[in-house]
Design a protein around this ligand. Structure first.
Ligand code: ATP
Length: 711
């Protein structure tokens, strides 16, 4: 669809970056959406792959063209000149970040920071952060509107939770019933005061007392029922919803995880608790409360129009007081979530490398580094909570003032016989119920902004596309002939030099071929192996299985045929048996033992306190580094795959153990591809290639062997 002109003032909505280097992409998405496009981060990633170092201004300039903008880079000396800028524009920030300048008004600069959300600065603060470079964007006369496919939204996942709709219906019914019962109490009180007392009607009093007891009992039971339903829904959601989100997360492609620290994923999952509580309780209760509030207002009008108007005016002022704090609370929440991610990632990072920290005697420095992040989180979190308390104080003052004014008006009405004491009492009881509900309602509405931040964090996971799967269930399929990589190129940034260029290689699986790939450090061997293993996509080119594209053969079916050890591989915190069988209870124990025997680990494992049942982990020293590599090899052997892929499988092994391991692996059925720095490994393969300058060059293995023997 073509947009003839963009008419109207562009409104910028927050698009949060998900990775440190994605700020430029997120800024461009915000501006594109402000001019009528509808793009999200997954879409932005599909049009521009950001390299590890982030985006240059030139890259942003080129990307602007994709969205129909003419871009202009400007160096700004004096911020007074910025009033003349075409806004929104992209600013270079703190020398290493991009933000969107949305507007300048009243001497304040309103920006959208893709790492946090909207923020406002006065001129001094703004000048402290602004690096002086602006990218101004002018939409062209006609631009094609881009609408990214809407990914799965958070609410889609919530709604699909089993029994959620039914639970919402029940909570609504029970909450409404409880609310209506609560409204009946003031009416009974009024009757008692206005009719029973003046007439000393003891019989009526008896009837009213029984009625009141029944009402209060129903109300209490109703509340209990509502709380039970909410608890059940909340626990149900916790289980199902967490499973859906984490399950979806685990199905995302490797590149999603490569670009994020595990701490990022973990803290995103923490958002589930907040959102779940809101969806199963706050939201539904608010809807019921809104309905009952309207009823109580109607009843209050019955007692006194002027006093009800005073109550409504108080409510408007209370909402206004809350609104005053809304934007700042949301910003502080966003900042605290971002700070929490950094804190957790820093801590996990350190725990992962604790021996290095100790050996270099930098525990104190590490603690300081983590503490700074933690302190930042604590201060943001404090601010977010403090703002909520402050808002509460202001509201309290407003409501108190309203109470005094209404009380004055009420007593005056009684004195001038416009109202009975019973009516005044009932009015104030209704007013109390009304404010209680209205307050929960406004608290929940305000909380929506905080929940919005949590939802956006979860949507980063939910909206990312999972890996292509073959059908609902994988069928048993065996590689019969070969696996080919055809014209495969790999690069990690749009303008960066490709690591692998048009590589082609066929592994003859039928004849159990053995191939080695050697090359200098950083030449791209591991990246190529990951493409063969189907865990990474090439930038161009394809993987063919028995001549069919991988997508046709089926990703899951293909992976059922392969076993792999990657360079960065490690052990799970689990028993040795679980590590070798990969938690498959159907794998017989003797197959595990056989695999361990082949890699020469039997006697070492027998010496462990609990033998095969010993729990090992990457960071414990029960097994040496070389033993761990052999255990990883046993994992592959135990799988009996048609194609084995090994990255530096003999690293950390002495020549004798290396020889023994290769002697055991090589005769096994199944083709093998070894990525290695060990020239000795060339003696065990049929063919070898050297990856050099992105090209796969054949190596004469016989000649290489003879040369080594001569040395
Ligand atoms: N996910 C990634 N993002 C950005 N760059 C990457 C990524 N993976 C690999 N690279 C880069 O690609 C290049 C090749 O890396 P690779 O690990 O494939 O080399 P290698 O030949 O296996 O090296 P080594 O022998 O040292 O293990 C390196 O410069 C690396 O920084």
């Amino acid at each position: 669809m073509r947009l003839p002109f963009f008419s109207g003032k562009p409104t910028v909505h927050t698009v949060l970056q998900n990775e440190a280097q994605e700020c430029g992409l997120a800024c461009m998405a915000m501006i594109a959406n402000a001019y009528g496009h509808n793009v999200n981060m997954p879409y932005m990633r599909s049009v521009h792959q950001v390299s590890g170092g982030g985006m240059s201004l030139a890259e942003l300039y080129n990307l602007a063209g994709v969205f129909g903008f003419d871009a202009r880079g400007l160096a700004v000396q004096n911020t007074d000149e910025m009033d003349a800028l075409k806004l929104p524009a992209i600013l270079h920030w703190e020398g290493q970040h991009y933000v969107v300048l949305e507007r300048i008004s009243g001497g304040r600069f309103y920006i959208q920071d893709p790492s946090i959300g909207p923020r406002a600065f006065d001129r001094d603060d703004f000048e402290r952060y602004f690096s002086g470079v602006v990218l101004e964007l002018e939409p062209r006369i006609a631009m094609d509107k881009i609408a990214a496919k809407d990914g799965l939204t958070f609410w889609d996942v919530v709604k699909s939770t089993n029994g959620f709709r039914e639970a919402v219906r029940r909570i609504l019914i029970v909450s409404t019933a409880v609310g209506i019962l609560a409204l009946a109490t003031p009416i009974l009180l009024q009757i008692s005061l206005d009719f029973v007392l003046p007439q000393s009607d003891i019989d009526l009093l008896g009837v009213l007392t029984i009625g009141l007891c029944a009402l209060l009992l129903f109300e209490a039971v109703g509340r209990w029922l509502r709380d039970v339903i909410i608890l059940r829904t909340s626990v149900g959601m916790q289980v199902q919803f967490t499973r859906s989100v984490v399950g979806h997360g685990l199905r995302l492609p490797l590149r999603y995880f490569e670009a994020r620290h595990p701490g990022d994923f973990v803290t995103r999952m923490e958002s589930i608790d907040q959102v779940k509580a809101f969806a199963s309780d706050g939201l539904v209760r608010s809807i019921a409360d809104a309905f009952v509030s309207v009823l109580s207002v109607a009843l209050m009008f019955y007692y006194s129009t002027s006093m009800t108007l005073m109550v409504l005016a108080t409510l408007v002022l209370a909402i206004g007081a809350r609104a005053l704090y809304m934007a700042r609370t949301r910003d502080a929440t966003n900042e605290s979530l971002a700070a929490r991610t950094v804190e957790v990632s820093t801590l996990l990072d350190g725990l992962d490398r604790i021996s290095t920290i100790k050996a270099h005697n930098v525990s104190g420095r590490f603690e300081q580094r983590w503490f700074e992040k933690m302190a930042r989180f604590a201060s943001r979190d404090f601010l977010s909570r403090k703002l909520q308390i402050d808002a509460q104080l202001l509201i309290h003052i407003v409501v108190m003032a309203g109470t005094v004014a209404t009380l004055y008006a009420g007593v005056a009405a009684v004195l001038t016989n416009k109202m009975t004491i019973g009516m005044l009492y009932a009015f104030f009881a209704l007013r109390g119920t009304f404010f209680l509900m209205a307050d929960t309602l406004t608290v929940n509405l305000m909380h929506l902004t905080v929940i919005g931040s949590h939802v956006r964090r979860l949507e980063d996971v939910i909206q990312a596309d999972p890996e292509m799967a073959s059908g609902a269930t994988a069928i048993r399929k065996t590689i019969r002939k070969d696996v080919t990589i055809k014209d495969v190129s790999i690069s990690f940034g749009r303008d960066e030099r490709p690591v692998v260029v048009n590589a082609g290689l066929t592994v003859d699986v039928e004849r159990n071929e053995r191939i080695a790939i050697i090359g200098e450090s950083g030449s791209g061997k591991s990246s190529l192996l990951k493409v063969i293993a189907s865990v990474a996509d090439p930038t161009s080119g394809s993987v063919l299985v028995d001549g069919q594209p991988l997508s046709r053969f089926g990703l899951i079916e293909y992976r059922n045929n392969i076993g792999a050890v990657f360079a960065e591989d490690g052990l799970f915190q689990a028993t040795i048996v679980e590590n070798v069988s990969m938690f498959d209870p159907d794998v017989p124990l003797d197959r595990v033992q056989e695999a361990l025997e082949l890699v020469g680990l039997t006697s070492e494992i027998d010496a462990l306190p609990q033998g095969l049942a010993t729990i090992v982990a990457n960071n414990n020293t029960l097994l040496s580094t070389g033993q761990r590599r052999r255990l990883l090899a046993a994992r592959v052997i135990c799988r009996k795959p048609k194609l084995m892929l090994f990255d530096e499988i003999t690293a950390n092994l002495d020549a004798r153990t290396e020889h023994a391991l290769l002697e055991a692996i090589c005769p096994l059925p199944g083709a093998k591809v070894f990525v290695t720095h060990s020239e000795r490994l060339l003696d065990y393969v049929d063919r070898a290639y050297r990856l050099k300058d992105g090209k796969l060059e054949p190596v004469d293995v016989q000649q290489a062997g003879a040369k080594r023997a001569a040395e």
